[in-house]
Write a protein that binds this ligand. Structure first.
Ligand SMILES: C[S@@+](CC[C@H](N)C(=O)[O-])C[C@H]1O[C@@H](n2cnc3c(N)ncnc32)[C@H](O)[C@@H]1O
Length: 313
């Protein structure tokens, strides 16, 4: 028994280093043994987990879960694993909204490129009941299914209450994920959106192709290319200026276009966009040039890099 455990530790240590191997083996055993775990690991034994980890699979897909602020999210390949920098700014945003006066009606929140639903679900959980009615849009069916599952796992009601709902239902925060393609001209109708929104958030795909080609295999082999590549083939907006091409900026351009042409954001609304390292100034310029949003802040991630563009009128 002891020698089997030692051999697992030795094999995993060769792949990821001894300290990480010790930690990960502990988490793997906890995930398999914890009877209160609502999210089941995607392997049955620690031996299978170690085999998959040695082949380069991200630990989160093996454990099947990832903490995100107050949430426990189910994660499954190929839906993008939520990153710590996203968790950091989503918590900052929740804090900022909470510090305002209570809204007269639930804030209408729109999360574009929602993936696991991590951002709107965090807002629904972190804001007081009755403050948030969120909609999430994603092109991937896997993502929309996972976002629904995550709403259930985190006790966030899955549809926005109607006028006929009970007062208790109306007081709850709620989240509706829908499948639609942001790059389609009629996405607002396709997704059943109902502008204007009070808060629009997005962590869109933003990795330039040249950088994507150099990514670690553990990212490229397991996470959806659509979640990563900022200028997807055939979907780069025709109006994207030459100087902004191949820099992973297509989705920011498209979001700015939707804010401008579809009145997606209300007069006092806030737009919060995660950006890649080095993209903040370009994205701030896109917003200033294309929209009425002229008050712009850049937020740093915990490692001191500007990773969020926050904009309002
Ligand atoms: C970087 S991931 C972010 C996921 C999640 N918001 C997060 O922070 O973990 C980008 C997401 O955009 C989605 N996506 C890619 N192209 C899209 C499109 N044309 N329309 C809508 N969603 C799209 C992907 O499926 C992916 O889930």
């Amino acid at each position: 028994m002891a020698s089997a455990a030692a051999s697992l530790l030795a094999r995993l240590s060769r792949a990821i280093g001894r300290e990480s191997a010790q930690n990960e083996l502990r988490w793997m055993r906890q995930a398999l043994q914890d009877p209160s775990n609502r999210i089941h690991p995607t392997a049955r034994t620690v031996e299978d987990m170690v085999e998959r980890r040695i082949r380069g699979e991200p630990l989160q897909y093996i454990l099947g879960s990832q903490p995100f602020g107050p949430l426990h999210l189910a994660v499954r390949s190929p839906v993008l694993i939520p990153r710590p920098e996203t968790e950091d700014w989503a918590l900052t945003l929740a804090h900022r909204i909470r510090s305002q006066a209570p809204p007269a009606r639930p804030l209408r929140i729109l999360d574009l490129c929602t993936g696991t639903g991590c951002i709107p679900l965090l807002l629904c959980r972190a804001l007081p009941p009755g403050w948030a009615h969120a909609t999430g849009v994603d092109v991937s069916e896997d993502a929309v299914a996972l976002a629904k599952e995550n709403a259930r796992l985190n006790d966030v009601p899955l549809s926005i209450p109607t006028r006929h709902a009970s007062s208790r239902e109306r007081r709850a925060n709620a989240f509706t994920p829908v499948r639609a393609d942001l790059m389609q001209p009629d996405v607002v109708r396709q997704a059943g959106l109902d502008p204007p929104y009070d808060v629009i958030t997005s962590n869109p795909p933003y990795i330039p192709k040249a950088e994507y080609d150099r990514l670690d295999a553990s990212v490229r082999d397991y996470e959806d290319v659509r979640a990563l590549l900022g200028d997807p083939v055939g979907a780069v907006p025709a109006t994207l200026p030459e100087a902004e091409r191949d820099k992973g900026l297509s989705f920011y351009h498209r979001i700015a276009e939707l804010v401008r042409d579809e009145d997606l954001l209300g007069p006092d609304g806030m737009l919060v966009l995660e950006v890649g390292d080095g993209q903040a100034d370009d994205v701030a310029n896109i917003l200033k040039r294309m929209t009425h949003l002229q008050q712009i802040e850049l937020w740093n991630d915990p490692w001191g890099k500007a990773r969020v563009v926050f904009a309002r009128r």
